[in-house]
Design a protein. Sequence first.
Length: 459
Amino acid sequence: MAAAQRIVIENCSIATVDADDTEYARGHLVLAGNRIEALGAGPAPEGLADVVRRIDATGHLATPGLINTHHHFYQWITRGLATEHNLFDWLVALYPVWAHIDEPMVDAAARGSLAMMARGGVTTAMDHHYVHPRGAGDLSGAIIRAARETGLRFTLARGSMDRGEKDGGLPPDFAVESLEDALAATEATVREHHDPSSDAMTQVAVAPCSPFSVSTELMRGAAELARGLRVRLHTHGSETVEEERFCHELFGMGPTDYFESTGWLGEDVWMAHCVHMTDSDIAAFARTGTGVAHCPSSNARLAAGIARVPDMLAAGVPVGLGVDGTASNESGELHTELRNALLVNRLGARAANALDARQALRLGTHGGARVLGRAAETGSLEAGKLADVVLWKMDTLAHASIADPVTALVLGAPAPVTASFVNGRQIVADGRLLTADEDAVARATRDEARRLARIAREG
């Protein structure tokens, strides 16, 4: 789209999620190229030139696109397994299966994961891919290609593991990399695919998997590599009590102290889960600007516990939302995380005062942008920001009787997405992807899931 071409959206409610939580009961947005040119109350200004499309969005709520800060796309083809396990038992059950993934499987799984998120209002996605079996093909390239073709803004967290079974880790030895290979492959991925520009569609982060599947040498080397390349760092942290025990037994300290000792706290770092955090852990994250990807559905599915999100927010910790892998969150979309973040955190110590609907929406939009280091460009609806915008249909049976559209979006049934724009390009219309054949994607994921199950059975 040429920069001068404009799309005008009118007659919708707008939740900007800006610093002042500005909202308009009936307003307009003007998209020019890949940017939001203007927005405000009432109709759009008269006399706009080069308007190629006008959308009457009566009955809709416009919000920033949802931003997913933690996921494992490959798990799309192992959904519904090990459903009664906690994290460590779940990993023991599934690593022998995941160790057989290859490029066609990862391609299909990535397209399924991306399609589900996109049609549910996600405009920025990320994937933490850390399983790299020998001879599996170009897995990072397949994931990035799928994201590009689906049309989502995307961060690949190039993961790695070098602690296999022989070293006391959980994954099979043939599914882990050596220290040298992991660092070299990660550097190559960053150099080939990372775009540092403000409107980048593809970025890469450095992302060793977790303290119990990665050596200290890899953790330190990854931090040095990321900072040398000026990219972000991501890993799992403080997810379970078993992880806490593991860190004390192996390193003589808890996860947060271990991360700090290896260079893994800072404004360029975000951690997934962070369920078991002490007051001093939260203070360390706040002091250093370390971000958190909160995954309420996965935390519940794996019986990990309730993260102290209200306390993190009160301390100033950047917090976004994550789907997590669909082997521990089978729905695979982010809208349910808005609702579950609110509901689950009301079961915690702060009860009814824990979170409200607007805080939940902020977690899924501006909070996610902060965590990914992109709050200057996306995560809120403001003039000059990227045109990542979602129109939610709020006048159907499921929502029409709820007066407040933000409450309806967060606490109501999943709202239909009438239109989703990423970088000014519409990728969803009336709940259907415009960039992929959903039925074909579904068939491919089913076929690859069956192929993986057969290979895993045969060993």
